[in-house]
Design a protein around this ligand. Structure first.
Ligand code: FES
Ligand code: FES
Length: 220
C-alpha cells in the first residue's frame, strides 16, 4: 500500500514576505498583479465549460426511473432494468443472484464486496451498475465452483483461512488481483497488498499462509 501523503509543513509566520515591501518578480510583475491575472485566466475555462454544458442539447439524462443496463459478468451478458442509482453490488446480488460478494459496510471500507473490473480489484458497493457496463466483471463465482475450485479458493480451505467466512469471498478475489501483480510476494507485500480487506474474526495468519500457498501453486 502506498504511504499516506505527508502533511504539508506548517508555514512559519516569519516566512511571509514583509507586507511593507510588496514583492515583484524579475519580469516586473508584482505578486498581487500575478494573482489578479491568474484568477481571471482560471475563471475563463470554467465559465466556457458551464456554458457548453448548458448549450449542449445532446446531453442525455438517465433516470430516475429504471433504464436498461447490460453487464458482462463472468463471461456472460446479463441484462436488467435498473434505476441509475443502483450499485453494482446490489445489481449482482439482487438482480442476478450472484451473492458471493457480500454487503457489509456498503461504503467502501471493508472489502467484503470486492469484485474484479477488468482484472482490477474494486469495491462493488462503490460503483454504479450503469457505470460498469463497459467492463469485464469477475465475481468469486467466476473464479471457481465446487468440484473445480480455483487454486486460491483451495489454498484458503487448506489453510483454514476462514471462521464465519463472511469476508472470505472478498479476500479470495482481492488475492487474485494481488497475485496477478505480485506472483512471488513477500509476507510484507501480502500484508500491505490485502490491506483494503478486513476480517472481523481476525483470521489474517491463515489467509496470509493461503496467499503464499496460492503463489507457489501459481494461483494467479
Ligand atoms: S461492503 Fe463494500 S467495501 Fe464494505
Ligand atoms: S472470517 Fe469472519 S470476518 Fe473474516
Amino acid at each position: 500500500m502506498d504511504d499516506l501523503p505527508e502533511k504539508p509543513a506548517k508555514q512559519d509566520k516569519n516566512d511571509e514576505p514583509k507586507k511593507s515591501k510588496p514583492s515583484s518578480s524579475s519580469s516586473g510583475v508584482s505578486r498581487r498583479d500575478f494573482l489578479k491575472i491568474s484568477g481571471v485566466s482560471a475563471a475563463v475555462p470554467l465559465v466556457s465549460h458551464v456554458s457548453a454544458l448548458a448549450l449542449d442539447d445532446t446531453a442525455h439524462v438517465q433516470g430516475p426511473g429504471k433504464v436498461p443496463v447490460s453487464l458482462n459478468v463472468n463471461g456472460k451478458k446479463l441484462n436488467a432494468q435498473l434505476e441509475p442509482r443502483v450499485t453494482l453490488l446490489d445489481a449482482l446480488r439482487d438482480q442476478f443472484e450472484l451473492t458471493g460478494a457480500k454487503r457489509v459496510c456498503d461504503r467502501g471500507t471493508c472489502g467484503a464486496c470486492t469484485i474484479l473490473m477488468d482484472n482490477k480489484a474494486v469495491y462493488a458497493c462503490s460503483v454504479l451498475a450503469i457505470d460498469a457496463q463497459a467492463a469485464q466483471i469477475t465475481t468469486v463465482e467466476g473464479l471457481g465452483e465446487p468440484g473445480h475450485l480455483h487454486p486460491i479458493q483451495q489454498a484458503f480451505i487448506d489453510n483454514d483461512a476462514q471462521q464465519c467466512g463472511f469476508c472470505t469471498p472478498g479476500f479470495v478475489v482481492a488475492t487474485k488481483a494481488f497475485l496477478d501483480q505480485h506472483p512471488n510476494p513477500t509476507p510484507e507485500q501480502i500484508k500491505h497488498g490485502l490491506g483494503g480487506n478486513f476480517c472481523r474474526c481476525g483470521t489474517y495468519a491463515g489467509m496470509r499462509a493461503a496467499v503464499l500457498q496460492a503463489a507457489k501453486t501459481k494461483g494467479a
